[in-house]
Design a protein around this ligand. Structure first.
Ligand code: SAH
Length: 501
């Protein structure tokens, strides 16, 4: 290559054309095509290109057209590298063809339906060329915006979260994401339609789901997703969960009570299922501390109370549900561990509530959260005991501690103490020291996941009851539990193998 004949390279444009209606192209897109010597577009082997048809009015006879024809559209190929190999070779060859034009000083516009950087084929060219040539990406109206516009319903408002999902994800993954989000758009329907429908149903959101086919293109169709015949769905269609703010209140024959746990602290610990149940509830019932962890939603009623009146709270929730409300009863941690699930089921088992549906959703309990922060102290058999003698006599607690310690179980101790219950930890330590070595590792986990989190490993003999409060969970090791100092602090773990007796 000699310098004096070298000319400056052409410019690469990735041109977003919008969702289909040519009048939704931007002025910038039209200008980019006008400036180009070469117009390139991807197509399947049948040769028709939706992108080209959108831009057709702007393509001149003197434009060089580069049709980038996918060698395979399904997963069957005789390429030695399989589908991936065939596609990779295709992208390399396509990029090389465009590079040859650019090297010759020709400006190249790669057409992209919708937006070029949004699930677009253009990106494969961009990644191979943009670092080598001057490049401009012209944004386009995506199918997300087009679908919402054609439905004519708000998509996301205020604090709502929009999740965009490819329908090619596994059904369970889709269901989890759909349960946890407010609004959603599922792309790439076609053959994935039945699976996406099942995921919407699994997430309890099929009734809200809308369907948009070929938004702004000829043959457009919109409607309730539940009414769509799966065999009629093309690739150019999306599923939409619109904004739920101001959504028509659902009139239900029967409500339900869902008992959920927030995990030990903030939103990081919520399961997608719980997040979904909290968002879908009409009423939230629970101890104020736990309700405060749940994001406020317009239209939802909150019924906070103190921590004492569990059966009244349960009755209140069941009464609301009987009147058709969807009620979430909120606990910390897991709702079935020293928490509201039992209280709700106790009351629900009475004749008068026999018809009210009750579901319990699992949550991350404090023992699991604390154990993870400390290492793996619950790696072998363990027992869970509450040290609170408000609901059972201390003699029962002491007997259980003795039995569990004699069986060499690791102990997860909930409710070890509070402002008014101060002596239990000292007594428990004394009792356990009779059955365990003074060096036994004890995890003192306070406010796990919260702002005042502290997780320490101490010797059983050094356990100081004054350090323990209502937000603390204790894990007392077995004879096998090991504490090791590592960079970053002390970790405790219990081996999975127990020595032969
Ligand atoms: N349902 C809850 C337990 C309720 S009993 C759960 O599954 O976690 C309340 C006790 O749980 C507290 O006294 C404390 O021992 C423990 N606990 C709850 N959240 C905690 C946290 N973030 N850190 C440490 N202990 C916690």
């Amino acid at each position: 290559m000699s310098t004096d004949t070298e000319q400056s390279a052409g410019k690469l444009y990735g041109v977003g054309l919008g969702p289909g209606d040519p009048s939704l192209m931007t002025l910038r897109a039209v200008a980019a095509i006008a400036a180009a010597d070469v117009v390139a577009y991807h197509s399947a082997r049948h040769g028709r290109s939706i992108a080209r048809s959108i831009a057709a009015a702007h393509i001149r006879a003197d434009h060089v057209e580069e049709q980038l024809v996918y060698p395979v559209t399904t997963e069957s190929t005789d390429h030695p590298g399989g589908y991936r190999g065939a596609i990779d070779d295709f992208y390399e060859e396509a990029a090389a063809r465009l590079a040859a034009h650019l090297d010759a000083g020709r400006t190249v516009a790669v057409l992209a339906e919708g937006d070029p950087l949004f699930y677009g084929s253009y990106q494969h060219m961009h990644k191979r060329l943009a670092h080598r040539y001057e490049t401009e990406v012209v944004p386009g109206v995506t199918s997300v915006s087009a679908a919402a516009a054609r439905l004519g319903e708000p998509l996301v408002e205020a604090e709502e979260v929009l999740t965009i999902l490819p329908g090619t994800l596994p059904e369970e993954e889709l269901a989890a994401r759909l349960a946890a989000t407010d609004s959603a758009v599922v792309m790439k329907l076609g053959r994935t339609f039945s699976k996406v429908r099942a995921a919407l149903e699994g997430a309890g959101r099929l009734d809200e789901a809308r369907y948009v086919e070929r938004a702004t293109m000829p043959g457009e169709r919109t409607g309730r997703l539940a009414d769509v015949d799966p065999d009629s769905v093309p690739y150019f269609s999306v599923a939409v969960l619109p904004s739920r703010i101001d959504a028509e209140p659902v009139v239900r024959e029967a409500g339900e009570v869902v008992v959920v746990g927030t995990g030990p602290a903030g939103p990081l610990w919520l399961t997608p299922e719980t997040r979904g149940a909290l968002a879908a509830a009409d009423d939230l019932v629970g101890y104020t501390t736990y309700l405060d962890r749940v994001p406020v939603r317009p239209g939802q009623s909150r019924h906070g109370s103190d921590n004492r009146v569990e059966s009244e709270r349960a009755e209140f929730a069941l009464d609301l549900a009987r009147r058709g409300r969807r009620v979430a009863v909120v606990s910390g941690g897991d709702p079935g561990v020293f928490a509201m699930a039992t209280a709700v089921l106790e009351v629900a088992s009475q004749e008068e509530y026999a018809d009210v549906p009750v579901r319990v959703l699992p949550g991350v309990t404090a023992a699991n959260a604390a154990a993870a922060k400390a290492g793996a102290p619950l790696g072998h058999d363990y027992a869970t005991v509450s040290l609170s003698d408000r609901l059972k006599p201390w003699e029962v607690i002491a007997e259980r501690l003795r039995a569990a310690a004699a069986a060499d179980l690791v102990l997860a101790l909930y409710n070890p103490g509070s402002r008014s219950r101060t002596w239990q930890v000292g007594k428990a330590r004394e009792l356990l020291l009779g059955l365990r070595a003074p060096d036994t590792p004890v995890v003192v986990a306070r406010d796990v996941g919260g702002a005042q989190e502290s997780v320490r490993v101490v010797r059983l003999a050094d356990l100081d009851p004054a350090e323990v409060d209502m937000r603390t969970l204790l894990i007392v090791g077995s004879s096998q539990t090991v504490a090791v100092r590592r960079a970053g602090g002390e970790v405790a773990w219990t081996p999975r193998r127990y020595p032969e007796a």
